[in-house]
Design a protein around this ligand. Structure first.
Ligand code: PMV
Length: 326
């Protein structure tokens, strides 16, 4: 009863922000993302005759995601109808401070490894729905390339799943550069941030009103490989999401001075004809979207602004491997 899975992080191009159901993790809006090649978490799960569950993430027992992770193991155990305790070892190959939703790759890898170890044989769609209940964004780390997490309408969540809209081979020139602006631990988790936004931001309704159009534009942009449409839609969508955060009570401002510096530089570079766009999640890091042809020039200019960057392209979905961690 042992299995190992690898799953990549993903970067949201149209963001998920706000839950209509916190138990099942059902979102108010659909979201679109790209799975990031090479930024992965590997997780081995074994159900056996252990006295208690034990979980080690990046060589540390019981880290910050501990409750989510334990709850997720329990959820999978219930579905499989087993009661053996679990040993879980998980390792990410990128810094958690990269702000690349390490919970997404972590919970996606855990979902695949634990369900397999528990003897379940779930379809890709079922895996996305199960991963969703561990962490919303994890649903988008199961399928490859560019994917959508459909918000669904049903109360029971059976129509809230993720799926690929374009495989990674569709647009191999697409790049995302994660700029590590600050390694300080963030003050407000995305979970708390989105809950506070739904409750108190007067602009949350406005955010929701514009999402369908963003989703349509993003789907069309990806399909036609229209970088300007994809980049401009992603940038505007991220700014709208941050506008809802800034206007909560109390206000949540995830940006650091370095965040603003990169945003302004990108706007300036675009004026000069170097095309790239920015997007930020619930943290200070800036993720730059660009095409392979401009990568070198952008990296050269970035070297004056930020010390650490990580580049990635469209990647694979979650997969099983025999290369166990224990
Ligand atoms: O699923 P969570 O709790 O990691 O929330 C992710 C929220 C954002 O990263 C801000 C947006 C997104 O769609 O990934």
């Amino acid at each position: 009863m042992k299995a190992t899975a690898v799953a990549n992080a993903n970067i949201a191009l149209v963001k998920y922000w706000g839950k209509r159901n916190k138990e099942l993790i059902l979102p108010f809006n659909s979201s679109i993302s790209m799975v990031c090649d090479g930024l992965h978490t590997k997780t081995t799960v074994e159900f056996g005759d252990y006295d208690e569950d034990s979980i080690k993430i990046n060589n540390e027992e019981l880290q910050k995601d501990e409750k989510d992770v334990l709850g997720h193991v329990e959820r999978i155990r219930k579905i499989a109808g087993i009661n053996k305790k679990a040993k879980v070892i998980s390792e990410a190959n990128f810094p958690v401070a990269a702000g690349l939703a390490s919970s997404a790759s972590g919970l996606a890898a855990l979902t695949l490894a634990a369900s397999k170890a528990a003897g379940l044989d779930l379809s890709e769609r079922e895996l996305t729905m199960l991963a969703r209940q561990g962490s919303g964004s994890a649903s988008r780390s199961i399928s490859e390339g560019f994917g959508i997490w459909n918000k669904g309408e049903k109360e029971d969540g059976t129509d809230s799943f993720a799926e690929t809209i374009a495989p990674k081979a569709h647009w191999p020139e697409f790049r995302m550069i994660a700029c590590i602006v600050s390694e300080a631990k963030k003050a407000t988790s995305s979970r708390a941030g989105m809950s506070q936004t739904v409750k108190t931001s007067p602009y949350y309704e406005g955010w929701l009103k514009t999402i369908d159009q963003d989703i349509e534009n993003m789907k069309e942009g990806i399909k036609k490989k229209d970088f300007t449409l994809v980049g401009s839609t992603a940038e505007a969508n991220a700014l709208k999401m941050h506008a809802t955060m800034i206007t909560t009570d109390p206000s949540i401002i995830y940006w650091a001075p370095g965040t603003m510096e990169i945003m302004h530089s990108i706007l300036q570079w675009r004026e000069e004809g170097l095309e790239s766009y920015f997007t930020m999640d619930a943290g200070p890091q800036v993720k730059i979207l660009c095409l392979e042809k401009d990568l070198e020039e952008i990296q050269k200019r970035l070297s004056n602004l930020v010390k650490k960057t990580i580049v990635c392209k469209p990647g694979d979905g979650a997969r099983l491997t025999e290369d166990h961690l224990f």
